[in-house]
Design a binder for this molecule. Sequence first.
Ligand code: CA
Length: 226
Amino acid sequence: MKILIVEDEPSLRELIQRSLEKERYVVESAADFKSGLQKIEDYDYDCILLDIMLPDGDGLSLLERLKALRKRENVIIISARDSLEDKVAGLELGADDYLPKPFHMAELNARIRSVLRRNHRDGEMDIRLGNIRIVPDSFKVYVDGRELELNRKEYDILHYFVTRPERVVNKSTLAESVWGDHIDQIDNFDFIYAQVKNLRRKLKEAGATATLKAVYGFGYKMIVES
Ligand code: CA
């Protein structure tokens, strides 16, 4: 899962980043409105943490931009202005939650988990596809109730596809989500091929009814075999 932090206060931004990296998120950050706008136009995120008061603009305008781009990112507003008008404006523009500063990292983590659960999994704690069950809170995967050992990237790739069944995903989108935005500088995606190959083998050996299908020259999609 990839998170974007839009926050101009360097110490807070770094604190959030470190904290979320410990929770195994891929974390990207933007220190001002302009770079935040660039990020949301160029990349996709699972969740955006959005400060309202930025030196060169209003975070609420970024929400408007997201809406105009028809993006479905989860957004949590983090604001020092604990004003009702901001909260209402943010929620009306499509933000999923609002957390006034200062806050504890534990609370931010809980809000992120809750938003992702609500919007990606209909409120379910586990994610299921075929006979595969993922427990995101513990990063564990089960096939027919038996635990499947995956390395971190294999887990992240599986999680990405299980939450997007039957959707064709190109290699660069997958790489950006699992490795980070910087990966778009790379023109050889063999490292993805290697991880996907191992993941497919492990799923097959475990008897999983869902598998990753290669879409020639483009990427992959997860299909459930009947
Ligand atoms: Ca600020």
